[in-house]
Design a protein around this ligand. Structure first.
Ligand code: GLN
Length: 534
């Protein structure tokens, strides 16, 4: 039987519950304890797949093809383990399940209620992760204590505490301890109120993790301990880290959080081994070389829209013992000012995934610049599709080439829908999603990077390369270096004459880890490092 850790958040949102939960997972794993992480999202969308990045940031895709919250990306990067469809549940998906059962008549005439029917479904989702391969389930409840939406999730996790017994369940509450500049003081009152709210529901936190700008003095910790009814050594400070989020596990380790968790839950782990993590943090804080790489997107002002891409680029830097100065470039800026102005001085250009027409022209201009100047280029998903369009237009004499996503009537649909996608009308969860096998061709940069011909990567797209154009483009020098096992789907393209010009239809960023950079990101950063100034 697994133990359960529930992570809730108080005072304000955006305190970094995801990174906190992931860091706890990493610490327990470093002691040989087997963990599984899960996230509950209190909103009503059935999954975040239909939400735009302004609402929700990146949509993270799991091996089994679920479109999930970006915190699952943190979970995978910090623990190195794969998450799955079961690792993320929204209130919408919980209600949906219960209502479907009601319609089927599964409840045999009963009145369906929040308690026990919705709470039972939530508890079922939590316990689904309790398998013989798991020692601890870490479950993060999204939202902030006091929200109407998250109440039902808190009720469900309270019940689990009752049912499993207090030695098997640990409640961790993440709060903000603000520094009020005008008063020159650190304030504990918001934390007291937040814990008070939790206790009203019947949850008594065992551990408080306090986000703060400044270190907490012994007096402050004692005060929090006294007013919140939490032992002083269980008041943990999570001070803003200086260089990288990968420092957070060390912040907790120094305060013995993992030991405290193990003692309270009766877990017998091995000694903590953070050797690999130490190297990551050391490169990210001390590396002397910094390489400038542009990410040309249409949501470049949003920190979270390309989360896994930014992380994977950083991992690529770690593998090459350098830092990367990621320049977030708005593709529309390139449309306005020209690629040469906006991209001057960068040593690598990455064009990430995306949907819709806005910004595509700027991406195409960026790719043309990369191809003509030989700047290392990495295209991902829409980035591959734009690279194909650019090559068709400017190297193959097809000026009207386009994707049918943008121009359904184009005379040269180099990117288009497959027959089976044409009949799909629903928008939710209907793309090509999740892990698919891919076969790499000999003498290619892709094979160089992976070092093996059979790979598997995660997808999230509707449109594909149109095979009608394979011959013409290949005659002009485009190499189709990764194909589906039946040879039908183009998964990777590259241009052999250039130092490094590779684009993938899949999303390699989802499988990159700080301690184990994705081979394509590693080689892309390496090519950027090797680029000589013009
Ligand atoms: N919009 C493109 C498609 O649906 C690309 C999607 C993506 O970049 N994730 O195929």
């Amino acid at each position: 039987m697994a133990k359960f850790i529930f992570v809730t958040g108080g005072v304000v949102s955006s305190l970094g519950k995801g990174i906190t939960s992931a860091s706890i997972g990493a610490l327990l794993k470093s002691r040989g304890i087997r963990v599984k992480l899960q996230k509950f999202d209190p909103y009503l969308n059935v999954d975040p797949g239909t939400m735009n990045p302004y609402q929700h940031g990146e949509v993270y895709v799991t091996e089994d093809g679920a479109e999930t919250d970006l915190d699952l990306g943190h979970y995978e990067r910090f623990t190195g383990d794969y998450t799955s469809r079961a690792s993320n549940a929204t209130a919408g998906s919980v209600y949906y399940e219960v209502l479907m059962k009601e319609r089927r008549g599964d409840y045999l005439g009963k009145t369906i209620q929040m308690v026990p029917h919705i709470t039972d479904e939530i508890k079922r989702r939590v316990r689904k992760l309790d398998t013989p391969e798991v020692d601890v389930v870490i479950c993060e409840v999204g939202g902030t204590v006091g929200d109407i939406e998250s109440l039902i999730f808190l009720e469900a996790i309270r019940q689990i505490g009752q049912e499993e017994g207090r030695n098997n369940v640990l409640y961790i509450h993440l709060t903000l301890v603000p520094y009020i500049r005008a008063a020159g003081e650190i304030k504990t009152k918001p934390t007291q109120h937040s814990v008070g709210k939790l206790r009203e529901i019947g949850i008594i936190p065992d551990v408080l993790i306090c986000r703060s700008e400044l270190p907490l003095s012994k007096e402050i910790r004692d005060k929090i301990s006294l007013f919140c009814n939490v032992q002083a050594h269980a008041v943990i400070e999570e001070i803003d880290v200086k260089h990288t989020i990968y420092e957070v596990p060390f912040v907790f380790a120094e305060q013995g959080l993992d030991t405290l968790i193990c003692n309270q839950l009766g877990l017998r782990g091995a000694g903590r081994d953070l050797t690999k993590w130490r190297k990551v943090v050391s490169v990210l804080t001390r590396a002397e070389t910094t390489v400038p790489i542009a990410v040309v997107g249409k949501y470049s002002e949003l920190q979270d829209a390309y989360k896994s891409i930014y992380e994977a680029i950083m991992h690529g830097g770690v593998a090459n013992e350098c830092k990367v100065d990621i320049r977030k470039v708005l593709s529309e800026d390139i449309e306005e000012k020209g690629a040469a102005t906006v991209l001057a001085g960068v040593k690598g250009i990455l064009v990430p995934g995306g949907f819709g027409t806005r910004g595509v022209q700027g991406k195409i201009l960026a790719i043309q610049y990369a191809r003509e100047k030989g700047v290392p280029f990495f295209g991902i998903c829409l980035g591959l599709q734009c690279a194909v369009i650019e090559f068709a237009r400017n190297a193959c004499g097809l000026p009207k080439a386009n994707t049918t996503e943008i121009d359904p009537d184009t005379s040269d649909p180099v990117i288009c829908l497959l027959e089976e996608q044409k009949v799909v009308v629903d928008k939710g969860a209907t793309m090509r999603l999740g892990a698919y096998p891919c076969h790499l061709q000999p003498n290619t940069k892709a094979l160089d990077a992976y070092g093996e011909a059979e790979i598997s990567e995660r997808h999230r797209h509707r449109y594909e390369f149109n095979n009608k154009y394979r011959e013409a483009m290949s005659a002009k020098g485009m190499v189709f270096s990764g194909l589906s096992p039946d040879g039908e789907l183009v998964e990777i393209i590259e241009l052999a004459d250039l130092p490094w010009f590779v684009a993938t239809q899949f999303h390699p960023e989802f499988k990159s880890r700080p301690v184990d950079a994705h081979p394509l990101f590693r080689d892309f950063v390496k090519a950027a490092l090797n680029r000589k100034d013009e």
